[in-house]
Structures are given as C-alpha cells and as structure tokens.
Design a binder for this molecule. Structure first.
Ligand code: UT7
Length: 326
C-alpha cells in the first residue's frame, strides 16, 4: 500500500491590510516592518467570518484538487490556535460545513507547528491501517487574538487556511512521508502565549482591560528559539533519513519572519531551495506551510519525486521538521 498527498487547497480572505494601513493604527512604518520581518501585507477576515469558514473553503479546494467527495473522508484534523469556540471543536464544525459524514474529527493545539503535528498524526493513522482518507487543515483567524494597539505584534499576523488530503492507495508503491522530528518544551511556554481565556485565567473584566486575550510575545527570545529549534529538527531529520542537503528540492519553513527563514536556511546550507511567501500573507501560524505547498503545487513547481523539507516552530514551545517526497 502506498500513501500520498492527494490534494492541496488554500483560502485567504479578500481584505488586505498593508503596512501603510498599520502606519495609521500604531507608531510604525513600512521600512521597519519590511526590513525587520519581510512582511508587506497580510489578509484579514471580516468580523463575521470564523476560523471554520476559512478552513471549510480551504478544505473544499483540497477536495476539488483531489477529485474527492467529502463523504469519502475517514478523519478530519484541524490545527488552530483560534478555534471558533472553546468547544465544540472547529473540526466538528468544519465536518458539518463541508458535508462530511460522521467521521472522527478533532482539533490539534500546537500553535504554528500544528499542520506538521497534524500531518504526522494523519500519516500514522493511515500507516497503521486504521484510516484511508484523512483531511488535515491548518486554519487561523489570528486577527481575532491580535492586539492592534501593540506595534511589536500587530504587524506580524494574518488570517488564512490551508488543507491537505492524505490517502492510502493500493495502486501505488511508496510512502510520501520519509521522516519527522517533532517535539515540545513547556519551559518556554510564557514567551509566546495568549494568557487569558482558558482555565488558568478565565475571562473577566480585568483580563479584558489588561489585554490578556491577545498574543503576548517576547520577540527576540522567540526569534532565537525559532532559529535554534528549526535548525536542530531539520538536521535530525536529514540524519535519520540519510538525505543530504543537496538532495533537497524545496525547504518550506514556517513563515514567521523573513530573517528567521534566512537564518535557518543559511545554517542548513539550503538558502537556494527556500520557498517564501511571508511578504504577502504575514505569519498565519498553522496555515503558513500549507499556503506555501499549495502555491508550489498549483504553479506547477513541484515535480514528482522532489524532496521537500518542511519545518515549523510555535508557542508551547513546539517544533517540527518533516521530510516528504512529492
Ligand atoms: O510564529 C512564531 C511566532 N513569532 C515569531 O517567530 C516572531 C519572532 N520574533 C521576531 O520576528 C522579531 O523579534 C520581531 C519582528 C517581533 C521584532 O524584531 P527585533 O529585531 O527582534 O526587534 P526588537 O523587538 O528587538 O525591537 C527593536 C526596536 C525596539 O525599539 P528600541 O527599544 O530599540 O527603541 C522596539 O520598540 O524596534 C521597536 N519596534 C518597532 N518599531 C517600529 C518594535 N516593533 C516595532 C514596529 N515598528 N512595529
């Protein structure tokens, strides 16, 4: 039995927020944002749109790409830090929106590493023989947890969703998933978080007044941890799989900051193979790697057999690196 990626889809809301728009909201400027982050613009959802709406659109695009009906799906995994509600899961709501039957569906909370966590879980489920067709989504409405009075974070984030369909196929040989290195370290949980809204600090007038329902980040510490953990995870995957950097066709790092991406690529000696779209979307957390894969796939830049190294880093801290064969 072979296992492959059968379809990829994405969705970003129409509305674009430029750096010039942000200049009117906080004390910042286009030059600072471009040189420190590489971001030129980001897509922002309407207030009436929820994460499940973004995700359902991406899922429909992936199903169309796979020429598959939602009724064929065995499982739906949704990576998000901006669920529609504390519960029910966003995955359950998407199941209803795309018209899938009553398949197993749940959310994954691994912040920006979520899509890669989801791919690993989905692949394991298929490999074990438990499921055959799995939809994995990374979807975020980060604008709903972004503090547009905090210039150190509000310039970074955007909204969007990406979706991948994995399938077991008896007519092919080989497995797209060659290896992964995935981990977490709660010691650094406080450098990147939304402090309130959970059981530790339930919503109150005080938590709202203190802006505790928004993203709080120690930027420089996060930057340093991001470079270290992604580089280390990528090296381990290459070592485990016996693949050398010159065999890699594409590196797709989580799109948080152009400077982080360049630093990781330089350390791995893979600068020529890196794909970036952070300039157009900003940091879309769990959606970002799928947005890159979708663009590469639909612009015809992926050739059968290409080796793709994906790596991510996020709140938790969490990290992941995965090597796949297209
Ligand atoms: O998805 C994973 C999560 N996020 C990340 O991976 C982000 C990781 N961190 C970063 O990307 C970078 O740390 C930032 C882009 C957030 C910040 O860049 P930096 O080079 O680390 O800047 P900094 O935080 O050290 O701040 C440098 C200066 C400060 O001013 P002073 O103290 O030197 O006078 C900040 O107040 O830049 C100032 N600053 C700004 N100035 C204009 C911070 N934000 C802005 C802004 N516009 N938007």
């Amino acid at each position: 039995m072979g296992i492959r990626i059968k379809g990829i889809g994405k969705y970003v809301p129409e509305r674009i927020m430029t750096n010039a728009d942000l200049e009117k909201m906080v004390e910042t400027n286009d030059e600072w944002i471009r040189t420190r982050t590489g971001i030129h613009q980001r897509h922002i959802a309407e207030s009436s749109t929820a994460t499940s709406d973004l995700a359902a659109n991406a899922a429909k695009a992936a199903l169309a790409d796979a020429a598959m009906d939602a009724s064929e799906l065995d499982m739906i995994l949704v990576a998000t830090v901006t669920p529609d509600h504390t519960f029910p899961s966003t995955a359950a709501l998407i199941q209803q929106k795309i018209g899938a039957p009553k398949c197993m569906s749940f959310d994954i909370e691994a912040a920006c590493s979520g899509l890669l966590y989801g791919l690993d879980i989905a692949h394991s489920m298929i490999f074990s023989g438990k499921h055959r067709k799995v939809l994995v989504i990374g979807a975020e409405k980060l604008s709903s947890i972004t503090d547009y009075t905090d210039r150190s974070t509000c310039v970074l984030f955007g909204d969007g969703a990406s979706a991948l369909i994995l399938e077991a196929d008896d007519s092919i040989e080989g497995d797209f998933y060659l290896g992964g290195e995935i981990g977490a370290d709660g010691n650094y949980g406080d450098i990147l978080q939304v402090p309130a809204g959970g059981s530790a600090i339930p919503a109150s007038h005080d938590s709202v007044d203190r802006h505790l329902h928004f993203i709080h980040m120690d930027g420089p510490k996060t930057f340093q941890q991001a470079v270290t953990s992604m580089t280390r995870a990528c090296r381990k995957v290459l070592e485990k799989t016996g693949v050398s950097p010159d065999q890699i066709r594409w590196v797709i790092p989580h799109q948080a900051n152009q400077r982080i991406i360049s630093a990781v690529a330089e350390r791995l000696n893979l600068s020529d193979s890196v794909y970036c779209n952070v300039a157009r979307y900003g940091n879309t957390s769990s959606a970002s790697i799928g947005l890159c894969l979708d663009e590469l796939h639909h612009s015809g830049q992926l050739q059968r057999g290409d080796l793709i190294l994906m790596t991510a880093f996020g709140g938790g801290l969490t990290w992941a690196a995965e090597l796949i064969r297209w």
